[in-house]
Every structure is written in C-alpha cells, then in structure tokens.
Design a protein around this ligand. Structure first.
Ligand SMILES: [Fe+2]
Ligand SMILES: [Fe+2]
Length: 270
C-alpha cells in the first residue's frame, strides 16, 4: 500500500496548491492514505476548522500539527472532536486534543498516525522518545506512521533509529526545507529528515521575503503584511511511502516534489 505524506502546508497558496494537485495524484497513485502537516495552513500560523476542512475535502485524510498548534485558539474544541487532526503527543497530560489517531485507509487497512515534537532549539516539552514508546506499544501490529516535528536534523535521525523496526515510517516536518536523505533503516523503518512544505517558492520558508530579511538584518521583529499576492511557483513537497499492510514493515520511500504556478489571486497569509 502507498501513503502520501505532504509537508507543512503554508497559508492560502499552500491550501490552493494542495486542492489543485492532490485529486490528480490520488487518481494516478491509488494512495491508501494521505497525511499532511497543517500547522501553517491558516495564514501561516496554526489551523482553523475551515482551513482544516479545506484540506480534508481536497483529499487529505489526516492532518498533523506542531509548534504552531495553538496559534489559532478557535481550533481547541475542534482538536477535542472526532476530526482527524492530531497535535504532538508529548505535551503534558491534560493538554487538549490527541497525539495519535488510528484510521482506516481506502482499502480498510488500519493505520496509526502519531505526532511527536523535538526539544532541541524548540520550546521545552516532554520527551518525544518516551512519548513515542508508550504510543507505539499501544498500536503494535498496525501500520504506524510517525510525524517528527523538530528543528534539529540530528534529533530526528536519532528518533528514527530509536524507533527503527517499531514504526513503519518516521517522517520529519517543521523546517519547511526538503532533505535528500529518504532511506530505509536497517530494521525496516522508512525515514526522511524533512519532507519540506507546500508554499510560495520565492519566500523565506514560506514567509514574506521583505519582512524576513528585515527581521534578520535589523534584529527587530517585523510583522509580515497580512496578505500579499503570490508571484512565481508554489512548491509542493511530499514523500511516497510504500508499506506492507499485513506486517507494517516499510518497503520503499521516494520523494515527490512538484511546482505549481500560482494562479492570480493566490495570496500568502489568509
Ligand atoms: Fe511549519
Ligand atoms: Fe513547526
């Protein structure tokens, strides 16, 4: 079975790009499941119910989040609903939402999707290693896909090796920069340090260039314009995982990177 994992979807242009490309990809690849990281889907920061529903109706089955989970506070009741949206599981006990979900794919395969967040150069949080241990033990025997949302490449690789043989795939998100290291680990787990993003190519990790340059040149935070038309292509970074459904063991992993010309009216932000 094949699973498509899509990198952080950034703002309206990212959502529009997913809606433009995903139906065709689903038709030609027969994906059992499509996962997308949606932590930047609402105007670049966080997720709202309408933006989540946009992604779900475009053909995404499960949305994962990350450090921007709480940027749009209206999402909190939605996270507690049955919606197929998960936040990192290593927040303290009692945090709204869920960090793992078990869904059925298009052919009925039971698939567990987990989200964990790294701790290096990020906000303090519980251990992603111990958190993943407990969650994976509860879904032994199923296909298990882990989104590791982290800044440090070393932390992601260490987690992937730690989970080798226990997870079907460990896929990195958060940096918005695609890495070229898709591979199968010795124990069978499929691993990629970072899948990348779906967002404006001519940007600084999806964000407005002028604001980001000023922020680094002057060391003064600059609020980006609320909305600006996107010119040039929108990058679509994703990865195709092939997994043996009965054992949950990884078979192959390859990147799928596309560019889509922004249509008039597509905007960053929003
Ligand atoms: Fe992100
Ligand atoms: Fe992030």
């Amino acid at each position: 079975m094949k699973v498509l994992f899509i990198g952080d979807v950034v703002g309206r242009a990212g959502r529009e790009c997913v809606a433009a490309l995903l139906p065709g990809l689903r038709a030609s690849h027969d994906f059992e499941l499509v996962v997308a990281n949606g932590e930047n889907a609402a105007g670049g920061f966080g997720l709202t119910r309408p933006t989540a529903e946009e992604l779900l109706s475009a053909g995404v089955d499960v949305i994962t989040l990350g450090n921007h989970t709480w940027a749009q506070r209206e999402i909190i009741p939605y996270l507690d609903s049955e919606a197929p949206v998960i936040r990192p599981l290593n927040y303290p006990p009692g945090t709204p939402g869920k960090g793992m979900i078990v869904v059925r794919g298009r052919q009925g395969t039971e698939i567990a999707i987990l989200s964990v967040m790294g701790r290096t150069f990020m906000e303090p949080i519980d251990s992603p290693f111990r958190g993943a241990d407990a969650a994976l033990a509860s879904v032994e025997g199923k296909v298990r896909i882990v989104d590791v949302h982290a800044e440090a490449t070393s932390e992601k690789a260490a987690l992937a090796h730690y989970l080798d043989g226990r997870a079907s795939a460990v896929i990195g998100t958060h940096t918005h920069v695609p890495t070229a290291d898709a591979r199968q680990l010795p124990g069978g787990t499929l691993f990629l340090t970072d899948v990348g993003m779906v967002g404006p190519r001519d940007s600084v990790i999806g964000a407005d260039v002028d604001s980001m340059v000023q922020r680094f040149v002057r060391q003064i935070p600059v609020r980006p314009p609320k909305s600006r038309e996107v010119r040039g292509p929108v990058t679509f970074n994703s990865v195709i995982l092939e997994i043996e459904p009965s054992s949950g063991r990884g078979v192959s992993i390859r990147r799928l990177d596309l560019e889509h010309e922004a249509r008039p009216g597509w905007r960053r932000g929003e």
